[in-house]
Design a binder for this molecule. Structure first.
Ligand code: MTE
Ligand code: MO
Length: 426
C-alpha cells in the first residue's frame, strides 16, 4: 500500500476497521432504518479496487465527454420490423434508465422521413414570405441577434404508443412510450419573426417546411404562431444535434411533434390550411367508421412508470422507489395517481418540482413489494381536468384502426419472480 492510498482513504474518512466494527455493532439498526433496502447489507471490500490504485486519464483525452462505459445500455433503439427503411423511421428514447425531466441530447428520440440532414449552418437560410408586408431571408447569425428565450417543453411523436392499439405488443417501456423527449430549448418566438415581416390582414395560416430530403411541410393556425410557436437553435445548452434539426427547428409546444419541423428553411403565411400530404394522408386519426378526424394536434395527458418496467426486474421483496413521467400538451400536470391492483384502488403520487406546462413532470413514490404478483399503473390528470383514459375507454371512442394519439394508461404486470411485463387490462 502506498502513502497516496493511505492519504486518500484518510481524507475520505474511510478507515476500514472502524467502519466494519461500527457496522457489526449497529448492523441490525441500520437494516431496520433502511426498511429492508439492500445497500446496508454490503460488506466493505477488503482490497482497494483498481481505480483507486492508479492515476486516471488527464483532462485532455476527451474534449467532448461521453457517459461511463458501464452505461452502454442507455441508448436509443429502433424496431427493425416497424418500417421498411431506417431513413424513414424512428428510434426510441431510453426512458427506463433516465432521471429527472430533461432528456440528454445523445439519446433524444429521432423521427426522420428522409434521413438525417447534415446542414452547413453558414449556408442555411430561413425564408419568411406569403401574406406579409416584407418577406425576409435570415442567416443563422441574423436569427441569433434577435430577442431569445429559454423554454422547457416536451416533443412527442403522434405515433407514440401507436403499436399498442390492438393489444400489448412491445415488451419495453422504451418502445411503448419512448417517442418522447423533453429539453430546454433556446431560440426566438415565431411571433418575433412574423412581426418583423408584418402580417397582412388576411393572414390566417402558417406553413413550415424542412430542408431535409423529405421536405416535410405542415400548416397550423396563426393563433398558434402568435402564441407559443418557437424557432430553436439550441437544446440543453448546446447547438441542436443534426438529428434534432440542426441548425434550426420549429417547435409547436404541446402539439404532435410531426409539426415541429426540423431543418426549418421556410415559413409561408396564407389565408387557409394547406392540407399538405402530411395532413391529409399520413398524420390523421382513422375512426371505426372509416372517417378520420380533420385536425388532432394536441398531445393529451399521458404518463408511464419508468421503474419498474419490462427492462427492470424487481430484485426480490422489499423497499423500492417507483419512478415515472407524466405530461400534457394542454398545460401543467396537476395530479398523478398510482394503482397496485390493476385499477381498483388508486393513491396519489407526489409530483417533483419543477412542474412546467407542456413539459415532462417527474413523480416518485416509495413502494414496498411483498413479492406477490401485482398490476401497477399510473394515471395523469392535467390542469384542464382531463384524465388519462384506459385503453378500453380510448377504443370505445376511437376503435382500433388508429396509429396515432394513443395516450391510454399503461399497465405493468410484476409477477412473483419480479419480472415485469407489458399487459393490457380494462
Ligand atoms: N424536416 C423534418 N421535420 C420533422 C420530421 C422530418 O422527417 N423532417 N419528422 C417529424 C416527426 S414525425 C417527429 S415525431 C419529430 C421528431 O423530432 P426529433 O427527431 O427531434 O425527436 O420531428 C418532426 N419534424
Ligand atoms: Mo412523428
Amino acid at each position: 500500500m502506498t502513502k497516496e492510498d493511505g492519504g486518500r482513504r484518510g481524507r475520505a474518512g474511510l478507515d476500514r476497521r472502524s467502519l466494519l466494527g461500527g457496522a457489526a455493532g449497529v448492523g441490525g439498526t441500520l437494516l431496520a432504518a433502511a426498511g429492508g433496502a439492500r445497500a446496508e447489507e454490503a460488506a466493505i471490500p477488503a482490497e482497494l479496487p483498481e481505480w483507486s490504485r492508479y492515476l486516471g486519464p488527464g483532462v485532455d483525452d476527451e474534449p467532448y465527454g461521453k457517459p461511463s462505459k458501464y452505461e452502454a445500455h442507455v441508448i436509443r433503439r429502433n424496431v427493425e420490423w416497424l418500417t421498411a427503411s431506417t431513413e424513414s423511421s424512428v428510434n426510441f428514447t431510453p426512458l427506463p434508465w433516465l432521471n429527472g425531466i430533461i432528456t440528454p441530447n445523445g439519446v433524444f428520440f429521432e423521427r426522420h422521413h428522409g434521413g438525417r440532414a447534415e446542414i452547413d449552418p453558414t449556408k442555411h437560410r430561413l425564408l419568411i414570405h406569403g401574406l406579409v408586408e416584407k418577406p425576409l431571408v435570415y442567416t443563422m447569425e441574423d436569427i441569433k441577434r434577435l430577442p431569445c428565450e429559454d423554454r422547457i417543453w416536451f416533443l412527442e411523436c403522434a405515433a407514440n404508443g401507436g403499436m399498442e392499439w390492438r393489444g400489448a405488443q412491445l415488451n419495453g417501456c422504451q418502445y411503448v412510450r419512448g417517442m418522447i423527449g423533453c429539453a430546454q430549448w433556446t431560440g426566438v418566438r415565431l411571433k418575433t419573426l412574423l412581426e418583423r415581416s408584418g402580417l397582412k390582414p388576411n393572414a390566417k395560416w402558417v406553413l413550415a417546411e424542412g430542408a431535409d430530403a423529405s421536405a416535410l411541410t405542415r400548416s397550423f393556425p396563426i393563433e398558434k404562431a402568435l402564441d407559443d410557436a418557437f424557432v430553436a437553435y439550441a437544446q440543453n445548452g448546446e447547438a441542436l444535434r443534426p438529428g434534432q434539426g440542426y441548425p434550426l427547428r420549429l417547435i409547436l409546444p404541446g402539439w404532435e411533434a410531426n409539426m415541429s419541423v426540423k431543418w426549418l428553411r421556410r415559413i409561408e403565411v396564407g389565408d387557409a390550411p394547406w392540407y399538405t400530404r402530411w395532413e391529409t394522408s399520413k398524420y390523421t386519426d382513422l375512426l371505426p367508421s372509416g372517417k378520420a378526424y380533420k385536425f388532432t394536434w394536441v398531445q393529451e395527458a399521458n404518463s408511464v412508470i419508468t421503474w419498474p418496467a419490462p427492462e427492470h426486474k424487481v430484485d426480490g421483496p422489499g423497499q423500492y422507489m417507483i419512478r415515472g413521467l407524466a405530461w400534457s400538451g394542454r398545460g401543467r400536470i396537476v395530479r398523478v395517481d398510482l394503482t397496485f391492483d390493476g385499477g381498483k384502488n388508486w393513491v396519489t403520487a407526489p409530483l417533483q418540482e419543477p412542474i412546467l406546462p407542456k413539459a415532462l413532470t417527474r413523480f416518485y413514490y416509495p413502494w414496498r413489494w411483498d413479492g406477490s404478483s401485482v398490476i401497477i399503473a399510473s394515471r395523469a390528470i392535467d390542469e384542464t381536468g382531463y384524465v388519462q383514459p384506459t385503453i378500453t375507454q380510448l377504443r370505445n371512442a376511437r376503435g382500433r384502426n388508429s396509429i396515432y394519439h394513443n395516450n391510454a394508461i399503461i399497465t405493468w404486470l410484476v409477477n412473483s419472480s419480479g419480472e415485469v411485463e407489458n399487459v393490457q387490462v380494462a
